[in-house]
Design a protein around this ligand. Structure first.
Ligand code: PLP
Length: 398
């Protein structure tokens, strides 16, 4: 018996069964539908991409997996070289893991140990955003601010070591002034807070965060598990403001195989580097650097560059703005668009009840959450397909 995610199993609606998938299309036994969710924002090249399929197939004939403890291999070496070239500045040191949550755990562990290695034992607190989402494991839930996890607060009482701030500069300045001696890091989903409700904010907030982190010696972590690889209309938000630690996941492998990476800059890496074994980073997921995942991730990044995905994302944004222009309804609070993400926030989540089935019957897979109806489509989507997705969203309000 399968225990499905985020569901009350007793009242859950039967999930749609997928028997095939190609391009932006998912095939059920009854119909084809466009995946407007990109399988939780990961399948940026669409399904059954010939280049990515070939990358997996050719690697599987060599070996699928060997551990990175005491062993290494060409796919992981090539991917880390590629990331070093592809990522901005001195974000050069790639620690691989099997999921975004684990990669965030690694980032938080790195930030804490960085200061412990320097003997700064009072820096045990983390600053994060209100409405933050950083994953489902325990520490990521703690730095997150998702109402679904407030049972953790009920069980454990107040959060002692995490401080939340809204995306407003005065509140940020105040938090730094008050807590800077105890902070090891400030972790953010830059520009776009995904699972917290597709909240978008301005780059000036992150530029100020960078200044404050430098002023007070606090590490800045960008969780770009969702925003990385173009989703905000920037390759990475880290291209605009550089963090000390960058976390990538979801689209890293084009959605083929679960994998993620925590990338440290020179300063963080040097905080661990030396002769003392106690200063080493003590982490090592069994499947880190999986050869199939690394092979497909490398090809995914090559495709992203060679086929100029940034212009594809720009086109998606242009079409979305054109199609959503002037669209309004008394039940809608706001329509927000950023890069390859569009969110229609409604005033009451009840308004979206039944939308998933409505969309399914029109050939679109959608998965609204909280007050958000949204689309984060695969970047290879055609104009006609994208218009179909947006028309379906608008049709719900007619
Ligand atoms: C999805 C997500 C994660 C968690 O990634 P998993 O692979 O599901 O563990 C972490 N941070 C952000 C911003 C995410 O969107």
């Amino acid at each position: 018996m399968i225990w499905y995610p985020y569901q009350q199993m007793k009242t859950m609606k039967q999930p749609y069964k997928i028997i095939d998938a190609e391009g932006v299309w998912l095939q059920t036994p009854e119909r084809k539908m466009i995946d407007s969710v990109s399988s939780w924002w990961s399948v940026i090249h669409g399904y059954k991409h010939p280049v990515l399929n070939e990358a997996v197939k050719s690697q599987v004939d060599n070996f699928s997996h060997v551990m990175l403890g005491g062993l290494t291999h060409e796919p992981v070496q090539k991917l880390s070289d590629k990331l070093q070239d592809f990522l901005p500045g001195d974000l050069n040191y790639s620690f691989f893991s099997d999921s975004g949550s684990v990669a965030v755990e690694v980032a938080l562990k790195m930030a804490l140990q960085y200061y412990v290695n320097r003997g700064e034992m009072e820096r045990i607190k983390v600053l994060s955003l209100t409405h933050a989402y950083h994953g489902d494991t325990f520490k990521t839930m703690e730095v997150g601010d998702d109402e679904d996890y407030h049972f953790i607060l009920e069980a454990y009482g107040e959060k002692k070591d995490v401080i939340h701030v809204p995306t407003e500069i005065p509140a940020l300045e105040e938090a730094f002034e008050k807590y800077h001696r105890e902070l090891n890091c400030f972790i953010v989903e830059p520009l776009l807070q995904g699972a917290g409700g597709m909240r978008m904010y301005d780059i000036s907030f992150l530029a100020r965060a960078r200044q404050l982190c430098d002023q007070y010696g606090v590490l800045l972590i960008f969780d770009e598990v969702a925003t990385g690889f173009g989703r905000t209309g920037n390759r990475f938000v880290a291209d605009l403001v550089q963090p000390d630690i960058l976390v990538l996941g979801k689209a890293l492998t084009g959605g083929y195989i679960g994998h993620a990476v925590t990338v440290a800059n020179q300063k963080v890496y040097e905080g661990f580097y030396g002769d003392d074994p106690e200063k080493a980073l003590m982490h090592g997921p069994t499947f880190m650097g999986n050869a199939l995942a690394c092979s497909v991730a490398l090809k995914s990044i090559e495709l992203f560059e060679q086929e100029d995905y940034m212009s594809k994302i720009q086109r998606i944004e242009e079409i979305t703005r054109r199609e959503m222009e002037g669209f309004a309804d008394s039940r809608i609070r706001e329509v927000r668009i950023m890069g390859g993400c569009v969110c229609v926030e409604v005033k009451d989540s009840g308004i979206l009840k039944g939308f998933q089935q409505f969309a399914y019957e029109r050939g679109v897979f959608s998965r609204p959450f909280l007050n958000c109806m949204y689309a984060m489509v695969p970047y290879i989507i055609s104009e006609e397909e994208l218009v179909k997705v947006l028309d379906t969203m608008k049709a719900w309000f007619l």
